[in-house]
Design a protein around this ligand. Structure first.
Ligand code: S3P
Length: 435
């Protein structure tokens, strides 16, 4: 589907992005193997939620949507009936993780501990994303895992069972890999110790600890022992990755004022605020509070003068999903912004380095593709053009925001991809620009 986006005269208003995808997925999965029932409110919306819930239901978990949440008072919530650590059922058909890497990798950690056979697959993008990174350690823990191309690609066939803990040096700073192994570690004999090359989002550690698991952490290492989980209600904060589109729109547009409300403010996710701050965008953080072990805040942004920065090293895992839209911000900054150490972007829902460079170049930006990132020289005025989402939700939304900031009209092909994480994105875009 093509979306036509016109240059905006003003960007103004209050926004509440959908519930955080990473926290929603963990709340559903971990409560599925907990003792007791739990209510998850402000659950993320979109196709990725469908994928996670479909896989968990395929394992026999009862998950019911309630129009009114009697527990939290929220307008909608999901009740997850935990089946305990040993209560999952052998699926009768392959599990379909759709476009969701988090679903495939986290559910695989769970399947590795089940004595039955399961097959998990996904759409063509997911079937081409690296799975060897989870297969190798899961095998070391004692699971039988097979996949295409030397066990490196899905579909994966998993027959699990008795697992043993491992001491594992993670080759990539990936929260999906870490979470997969922590979930397997909940079921393994002895200790599972994961050594990360850099810190990635820590929602799994926080949630299993709050649900009663025996965990510890020391610098970049995280450990878990075999544990039972107790069901826990979760009120999911708004997704900072969804907020990032409006923060960049507000900072780059010359006539803007946007408040993004109730946003998850976990320090392992706030790299986008650190980078925008260094670029000179004065994002104000207001009303900081904490719910279910996760901090949240309101974020206020106004038109700003930006400068180019270097985005590299340890901040990368904390900003990994926001790099395409930060590359757009760099087009409006004085000087050159260099993004390095971000080769992981090439194995997301699309090759996000290629897709970002292609889209921004079509709009007239000066962007150079590099093996592990890109260099963007700001100051070239963007002009509306035809560009492509590459079937990737974050690219579709980045290019839509670019369309608001560019002269004339921009056409985004494959705009429907936004529904993977943010189905209301287009309505919000209309609301913020209706002046
Ligand atoms: C996620 C972790 C990140 C991120 C993805 C969600 C998670 O992936 O890109 O959108 O929920 O754990 P990696 O951990 O593979 O970098």
């Amino acid at each position: 589907m093509n979306r036509h986006i016109k240059s905006a005269d003003r960007i103004e208003g209050d926004v509440v992005p959908p519930g955080d995808k990473s926290i929603s997925h963990r709340a559903a999965l971990l409560n599925s193997i907990a003792n007791g029932a739990a209510h998850v409110s402000n659950f993320c919306v979109g196709d990725d939620r469908v994928s996670m819930l479909r896989c968990l239901r395929g394992l026999g978990v009862q998950i019911r949507r309630h129009a009114d949440c009697t527990v939290s008072g929220a307008p909608e919530c999901f009740e997850v009936r935990g089946r305990g650590k040993h209560g999952l059922r052998e699926p009768t058909t392959p599990l379909n993780a759709g476009n969701s890497g988090t679903t495939m990798r986290l559910v695989s950690g769970l399947l590795a501990a089940q004595s039955f056979l399961s097959i998990i697959s996904g759409d063509s993008s997911l079937r081409n994303r690296p799975m060897g990174r989870i297969v190798t350690p899961l095998k070391q823990m004692g699971a039988q895992v097979m996949g295409r191309q030397d066990d490196s690609l899905a579909p994966l066939a998993i027959r699990g069972g008795e697992l043993r803990g491992i001491d594992y040096e993670m080759p990539v700073a990936s929260a999906q890999l870490k979470s997969c192994l922590l979930i397997a570690g909940l079921h393994a004999e002895g200790e599972t110790l994961l050594r990360q090359p850099a810190a990635s989002r820590d929602h799994t550690e926080r949630m299993i600890t709050a649900m009663g698991a025996s965990t510890w952490s020391d610098g970049l290492s995280v450990g878990v022992r075999a544990s039972e989980l107790t069901a826990m209600d979760v009120s999911v904060p708004a997704d900072i990755s969804g907020a990032a589109f409006w923060l960049v729109a507000g900072a780059c547009h010359p006539n803007a004022s946007v408040r993004v409300k109730g946003v998850g403010f976990n320090p392992s996710r706030t790299g986008v605020l650190d980078v925008l701050d260094e670029m000179g965008a004065g994002v104000r953080v207001e009303n900081v509070r904490e719910e279910a072990g996760e901090p949240k805040a309101d974020l206020v942004v106004e038109s700003s003068s930006l400068r180019g920065v270097r985005i590299a090293g340890d901040v990368i895992p904390r900003v990994i999903d926001e790099l395409p839209v930060l590359a757009l911000a760099a087009c409006f900054a004085e000087g050159t912004t260099v993004i390095e150490d971000a080769a992981e972007l090439r194995v997301k829902e699309s090759d996000r380095i290629r897709a970002t460079v292609d889209g921004l170049t079509r709009l007239g930006a000066r962007v150079e593709e590099r093996p592990d990132g890109m260099a963007i020289t700001g100051g070239a005025a963007l002009s509306g053009a035809e560009c492509d989402s590459y079937g990737d939700h974050r690219i579709a939304m980045t290019l839509a925001v670019a369309g608001l900031l560019a002269r004339g009209e921009t056409v985004v092909a494959g705009a429907e991809a936004a529904s993977v994480s943010y189905p209301a994105f287009w309505d919000t875009l209309d609301e913020l620009t209706r002046s």
